[in-house]
Design a protein. Structure first.
Length: 79
Protein backbone atom coordinates (compact mmCIF):
# COMPACT_ATOMS: atom_id res chain seq x y z
CA UNK A 1 0.00 0.00 0.00
CA UNK A 2 1.31 3.42 -0.93
CA UNK A 3 1.94 5.95 1.77
CA UNK A 4 3.14 9.54 1.78
CA UNK A 5 6.37 10.60 3.43
CA UNK A 6 7.67 14.11 3.95
CA UNK A 7 11.45 14.22 3.93
CA UNK A 8 13.14 17.23 5.47
CA UNK A 9 16.57 17.70 3.96
CA UNK A 10 19.55 19.70 5.17
CA UNK A 11 22.14 20.63 2.53
CA UNK A 12 25.65 21.99 2.39
CA UNK A 13 25.84 25.78 2.12
CA UNK A 14 25.24 26.89 -1.46
CA UNK A 15 23.89 23.51 -2.59
CA UNK A 16 20.13 24.00 -2.10
CA UNK A 17 19.26 24.62 -5.77
CA UNK A 18 21.41 21.74 -7.02
CA UNK A 19 19.95 19.31 -4.48
CA UNK A 20 16.38 20.46 -5.23
CA UNK A 21 16.93 19.97 -8.97
CA UNK A 22 18.39 16.50 -8.39
CA UNK A 23 15.41 15.53 -6.21
CA UNK A 24 12.90 16.56 -8.88
CA UNK A 25 14.02 13.70 -11.15
CA UNK A 26 14.00 10.96 -8.48
CA UNK A 27 11.15 8.49 -9.13
CA UNK A 28 8.60 8.65 -6.31
CA UNK A 29 9.36 12.26 -5.39
CA UNK A 30 6.21 14.19 -6.26
CA UNK A 31 6.98 17.62 -4.77
CA UNK A 32 10.12 19.52 -3.81
CA UNK A 33 9.93 22.78 -1.86
CA UNK A 34 12.84 24.97 -0.76
CA UNK A 35 11.99 26.27 2.71
CA UNK A 36 13.31 28.51 5.48
CA UNK A 37 13.94 26.94 8.87
CA UNK A 38 16.09 24.18 10.34
CA UNK A 39 15.92 22.28 7.03
CA UNK A 40 16.50 23.58 3.52
CA UNK A 41 14.16 21.38 1.48
CA UNK A 42 10.99 19.37 2.03
CA UNK A 43 10.36 16.57 -0.45
CA UNK A 44 7.06 14.71 -0.70
CA UNK A 45 7.38 11.03 -1.56
CA UNK A 46 4.60 8.59 -2.41
CA UNK A 47 5.62 4.93 -2.21
CA UNK A 48 5.09 1.80 -0.14
CA UNK A 49 6.76 1.90 3.27
CA UNK A 50 9.64 -0.40 2.31
CA UNK A 51 10.37 1.65 -0.79
CA UNK A 52 10.66 4.86 1.22
CA UNK A 53 13.68 3.56 3.15
CA UNK A 54 15.24 2.22 -0.06
CA UNK A 55 14.64 5.56 -1.78
CA UNK A 56 16.40 7.36 1.07
CA UNK A 57 19.40 5.03 1.10
CA UNK A 58 19.76 4.45 -2.64
CA UNK A 59 18.79 7.83 -4.05
CA UNK A 60 18.40 10.78 -1.70
CA UNK A 61 21.37 10.22 0.63
CA UNK A 62 23.62 9.81 -2.42
CA UNK A 63 22.77 13.24 -3.85
CA UNK A 64 25.80 15.52 -3.65
CA UNK A 65 25.14 18.22 -1.04
CA UNK A 66 22.68 16.30 1.17
CA UNK A 67 24.00 16.34 4.74
CA UNK A 68 21.03 15.12 6.80
CA UNK A 69 17.43 14.00 6.44
CA UNK A 70 14.45 13.62 8.75
CA UNK A 71 11.43 11.65 7.56
CA UNK A 72 7.80 12.01 8.65
CA UNK A 73 5.33 9.37 7.50
CA UNK A 74 1.75 10.49 6.85
CA UNK A 75 -1.04 8.63 8.63
CA UNK A 76 -3.81 10.04 6.41
CA UNK A 77 -3.77 7.29 3.80
CA UNK A 78 -3.43 4.27 6.11
CA UNK A 79 -6.24 1.97 7.19
Amino acid sequence: MATTAYIMIETNIGMVKDVANSLRVVPGVSEVDVVIGPYDIIAKVTADMNSVSELLADEIHKINGVTRTFTCMSLNNRD
